[in-house]
Design a protein around this ligand. Sequence first.
Ligand SMILES: [Mg+2]
Length: 164
Amino acid sequence: MILRVYTIAFVVKDSDFHTSYMQSPSHLKFDFYQASLSFFQEELGMARILIVDDAKFMRMTLSNILIKANHTIVGEAENGIEAVDLFVKEKPDLVTMDITMPEKNGLEALKEIKQEYPDAKIIMCSAMGQQKMVVDAIEAGAKDFIVKPFDESRVIEAVKRVLN
Ligand SMILES: [Mg+2]
């Protein structure tokens, strides 16, 4: 596994390769580069994650926890409308979805995403006293939930479980 990771790291990091790759005709670009990258990321258990929460502090907290665990944050949304738009644009491996948000709440956004993308992996972020919403979300296809204030190990554990 280490050898494979090294090989890919070399391929991705090597600047000559990068230059010649970038200069090659676009039809030859194929997804070797992209495939290498995703393979590399998968091998290390990394994921592309979209964070949805109307509170900037919550987004920042989650972002710090997830980046520390080697994940990539592909976007941050502060309401359900932005969440759906960004999901369609980025097709993240995973979404952390707050429940209470203006414009469109997390439950509505979850349902909308799930309708178009049944395989979407979404973890709900709930506050105390939102048990009913959490149950509704799980019934609507959310894979798990994490409770505020966020506990780092609980977040990492939930993300790992949902990704596998
Ligand atoms: Mg909120």
